[in-house]
Structure formats: structure tokens, C-alpha cells
Design a protein around this ligand. Sequence first.
Ligand code: PLP
Length: 394
Amino acid sequence: MNTLYFDNNATTQVAQEVIDCMLPYFRDYYGNPSSMHTFGGKVYRKIEEAREKVASLIGADPDEIFFTSCGTESNNTAIMSAIETNPEKKHIITTKVEHPAVLNFCKHLSRKGYQVTYLPVDSKGRLEIESFFRVIDNDLALVSIMYANNETGVIFPIEKIGELLKGRKVIFHTDAVQIVGKLPVNVKNLPVDMLSLSGHKIHAPKGIGALYVRKGTQFYPYIIGGHQENGRRAGTENVAFIIGFGKACEIAAKNIQKEVHFVKQLRDKLENGLLKNCPDASINGDTENRLPNTSNMSFEFVEGEAILLRLDEYGICASSGSACTSGSLEPSHVLRAMGVRNTAIHGSVRFSLSRYNQEKEIDKVIEVMPEIIKDLRLISPFGRERRIEKGCTS
Ligand code: PLP
């Protein structure tokens, strides 16, 4: 059975070009980039080339980028650096809908005595920016706000927030893991001090990330040891993965305009088909301002997990923000923060696309989904409630 993969916000297929350019760095060029010999020096130069490619994708200078093990480490590093370099300040502002890589780290810091403000979102998942003014104070060390939400794809007004912080001695970090490579990002026009990236969301392998730190920003390393990465992240470099990440960024930069159009058109076809053919279906999140590859839909009165299991029988991979499949038993904190009805939260499914999806895969989902939803409504307790609501007794 073919796999029809619609879970690209969870992780992506590694591009063949990426694999090809990584292999020699396991097999042939295994030198340590810090070594004095020519063999190591060759590897060092390749890492610098990869750094240039990552930097170029977001309009940064290469020396503003260092490599980490993942987006989570980049986020943790940015937050720790901000509080280490501002030890007298104890206030952090973030949002209610961050990825756990920020949210749980902030919860950890609040147990250590930091005051954390979680900004709300509205029913479309948009940041309530007015609430931001009210919470800025002189104790503020850090604002960490994601650029695009992983569950809904909703994009936050990072430029506007940066403008509001102008003139204040506050570090502004954005978790850009989901947007980089999917839409153009240019730090030259983006008033952030730090920005997190992750390789496996853009067709590089899992286990490689990067942090952008704007020139002049005070920085304190999170992983302390050797002098690697200019003293900003110790540990012998993950050479092959760094080179693969560089390649993935190069490909993304070259194709971004074309791919935005391609995935958006497939995503819109998928949504229109499902909205038309499945009763009580709706889209979660601001459809005006979201990632082109992401669709978060609710099929009310059924459980998202049951939908996923039935889709899985056709080889279709999607995800649900609501429970076990996302590794947690809690309903999605993002949809809850948006005030989505419980019956809709439980019936939510996220489809996230990539350049490797095809139109015939979309057709397959549109074909099988109405039957799946109909079947599940007959057996689900939510479905029974709905039939009673609508006056059906059978
Ligand atoms: N931030 C966001 C918005 C994400 O979606 C993810 C992963 O899903 C991460 C951070 C964590 O990235 P990584 O898996 O590379 O640690």
C-alpha cells in the first residue's frame, strides 16, 4: 500500500539530493572540522558553506547562524540566553499557543521564580495584540512568540510586535520552525534578535537545527564545553546533518515561490472537497493569514483519533491535535486557547502538505473521507448526541 503523507508539519521526507550530499561525510570525509590537518579542514569549509546556505534562506549573515541539534534546542537556547544576559529581569512574555519547546520551558522557568505572561489568541487563532501593551513592563527580559503555529498554520504579526518593542532593552525571539522554507523569511526586515529553525521540517534529517542571533545581541551559550560554533554551542559538529541542512535550505530558497503556489493549490482543493462532501466540517484558524501547506479541520461529533485510524487503513497519514496520536492525552492547547467547541476539538485533524504531495492523493482523501465520517458518526457517542439534537431517533 502506498503511503499518502499529509503530516509534514510533524516531519518531512528527506530530499534525495540532501541524502546524496550527506553520504560522503559518513563514509569518506569523516575528519573532525576542528582538526589542524587538511582532511579536517576540508570538512570545516563544507560546514561554512552550509552555514552560508542556511543564512541565505533567511537573509542573515553566516556569522549570525549557529547549528544546534533541533528546533527545541534552538528555542531553549534563545530563552536561556535572554535570561542569563539580563539576570536582573524576571518577566517573560509568550503566547498560549506556542509549541511545547517554548511553552514547557517557560513553565519550568515559572517554577524557578520567573513571571511568565501567556498572551491569548482569538477564535481564529490570531494573536490579541492589544493585550500585549498591557503586559510590557520594566522587568521584561524576553518576548518569545512563534512566527507560524504548527497546528493551525496561523501566522503571527512578528514585524508589528518587534516595532512595539523598539527602544526597549528586551530580547525578542521567534520560533520560526514552521515557516522557514514554506514562506519567504528575511531577518533584514524582521525586528527579531533571535530566530529558531529546524532541519526536519524542510526535508533535511531529524536532529539538526539552527539559531539565528542578530549581530550585537548579547548571547550566553546553553551547551558549554569546547569552542565549536564560535563558542556559541559546544560539541563536535554533526557534520553530515549540517551539510544536509544546508542543501535543504538551498533547495527551499530556489523553489520557494513555486512551492508556495503548488502546496496552497493542493491544500485549498483538499479543504474545498472536504467542506463540500462532509457535513459539519469546518476549518480551524485564520484562513486569510496562514501557512500555505497547513489545514486544520474539525469534523464535529466524531473523534479525530478514530478518523486517523480509518485514514491509516488507506495509507493516509495525517495528525490530530487532540489526543493520544500527538503523544499527549490532552485536547489540543491551541484549539482550546481559540475557544473551539469541545465537540470540534475532539474531531480535529491536521493535514500538512509538502512539495512531494500529488493531486491524485488529494482526490483519494476527498473520496474516502465522507464515508469515514458517516460511519464514525453512527457509532460515536458525539454522533449519537448530534442525531438526537437533530431529531433523529434511529
Ligand atoms: N517549534 C515548532 C513550532 C514546531 O512545530 C516544532 C516541531 O514540531 C518545534 C519547535 C520543535 O522542533 P524539533 O522537532 O526540531 O525539536
